[in-house]
Design a binder for this molecule. Structure first.
Ligand SMILES: NC(=O)c1ccc[n+]([C@@H]2O[C@H](COP(=O)([O-])OP(=O)(O)OC[C@H]3O[C@@H](n4cnc5c(N)ncnc54)[C@H](O)[C@@H]3O)[C@@H](O)[C@H]2O)c1
Length: 284
C-alpha cells in the first residue's frame, strides 16, 4: 500500500532536481504523474534549465516504477500550456488530486543593478507561474471537492538573501500566495501548503555562478558550496541537502497523513531557520 495509491499528481519543473526527486517519490508511493517542464531557455537566468532529455529521462524512470505518466512541455509563463497539461492529465489519467507547483528560477545581482527584464522574468516564472499553475487546476479540484496543492517556496521566502532581491521578493510572494490559496480553497475541501527548502543539491547550487558567488570570485568549487552549506545547517554533518528531503515533505503534505494541515510554509533546511544570522556583507 502506497500513501498515494490511485492518485494523480501534476508537477511543474519536474524534469530534474527537486521536481524529479518528488515525481519519483510520489510515483513510488503509487501516484500516476503529469510531468511538465520548460522546453527552452530563459534569457536572464544565469545557468541552463532542464532539457527535453531531462523530461524524457524522468518520465522513463516513472514508467520504470510501473506508474503511468503524461509528460508535456509547459512553460509556467503560459496559462494555455498549463491548462492543456491539466486537460491532458484529466483525459489520460482520470483526474488530478495533487499539484506540486515547483518550477522556479534564481538570480543574483545587487538590487540596484537588476534590469527590468530580469526582474520581470523572474517574477513571471517564480511567483506568477505558481499562481497560473494553481489557477489551471482549481476549477477541477473545486468540482471534485478535494485536492492538495504543494508549492516550492524557499527559506528566501522567510528571510532575505544578499544579492537576490528579485528572488527573495518572489519567494516571499509565493508564501503569501500560498496562504491566500489555502484560505480561498479551504471551503472546498482543498489544502495548500509550501515547503521552504534550505540549500539543496541541484543544478542551481552546482552551477558555476553559485560556486563563484560563494567563493567570492572566479574558480569557485563544490567544496566552497559545501563549506558554506554546512554553516547554514544546524543539524550535525549536513551540507548540501538531498532533493529527497524536499520530496519527503511534499509527499507528506500531498497525502492524507496531512489531511488537517493547510496554509503552512514548512522549512526543510537542516535547522537553518533556528540559527542566528550572520553578516555576509560587512560595511566597507
Ligand atoms: N536548490 C536549492 O537550493 C533551492 C532552495 C530553495 C528553493 N529552491 C526552489 O526549488 C525549486 C526547484 O529548484 P531546483 O533546485 O530543483 O533547481 P532546478 O533548476 O533543477 O529546477 C527548476 C526547474 O524549473 C524549471 N523551469 C524553469 N523555468 C520554467 C518555466 N518558465 N516553465 C516551466 N518550468 C520552468 C527548470 O527547467 C527546472 O527543471 C525552484 O522553485 C527553486 O527556486 C531551490
Amino acid at each position: 500500500m502506497g500513501l498515494l495509491d490511485g492518485r494523480v499528481a501534476l508537477i511543474t519543473g519536474g524534469g530534474r532536481g527537486i521536481g524529479r526527486a518528488t515525481a519519483l517519490m510520489l510515483a513510488r508511493e503509487g501516484a500516476d504523474i503529469v510531468l511538465t517542464d520548460l522546453d527552452g531557455a530563459v534569457e536572464t537566468t544565469p545557468y541552463p534549465l532542464a532539457t527535453r532529455d531531462d523530461l524524457e529521462q524522468t518520465a522513463q524512470e516513472i514508467r520504470g516504477l510501473g506508474r503511468r505518466v503524461v509528460a508535456r512541455h509547459a512553460d509556467v509563463r503560459r496559462q494555455d500550456e498549463l491548462d492543456a497539461a491539466v486537460v491532458a492529465g484529466i483525459a489520460e489519467l482520470g483526474g488530478i488530486d495533487v499539484v506540486f507547483a515547483n518550477a522556479g528560477v534564481w538570480g543574483v545581482r545587487p538590487f540596484w543593478e537588476i534590469s527590468e527584464t530580469e526582474w520581470a522574468e523572474l517574477q513571471d516564472i517564480t511567483l506568477a507561474g505558481v499562481w497560473r499553475t494553481a489557477k489551471a487546476v482549481a476549477p477541477h479540484m473545486i468540482e471534485r471537492g478535494s485536492g492538495s496543492i504543494v508549492i516550492t517556496a524557499s527559506i528566501n521566502g522567510l528571510e532575505p538573501s544578499a544579492g537576490s532581491a528579485h528572488y527573495v521578493a518572489a519567494k516571499h510572494g509565493v508564501v503569501g500566495l500560498m496562504r491566500n490559496i489555502a484560505l480561498e480553497l479551504a471551503p472546498h475541501g482543498i489544502r495548500c501548503n509550501a515547503v521552504c527548502p534550505g540549500t539543496i543539491d541541484t543544478d542551481i547550487t552546482n552551477s558555476q555562478v553559485v560556486r563563484d558567488l560563494i567563493a567570492g570570485g572566479a574558480g569557485g568549487t563544490r567544496a566552497h558550496v559545501e563549506t558554506v552549506s554546512a554553516h547554514m545547517a544546524a543539524l550535525k554533518g549536513r551540507n548540501l541537502l538531498s532533493p529527497n528531503a524536499i520530496a519527503g515533505a511534499v509527499l507528506w503534505l500531498a497525502s492524507d497523513l496531512a489531511s488537517e494541515v493547510t496554509g503552512l510554509a514548512i522549512p526543510v533546511d537542516g535547522g537553518h531557520m533556528l540559527l542566528p544570522g550572520f553578516n555576509p556583507l560587512p560595511a566597507a
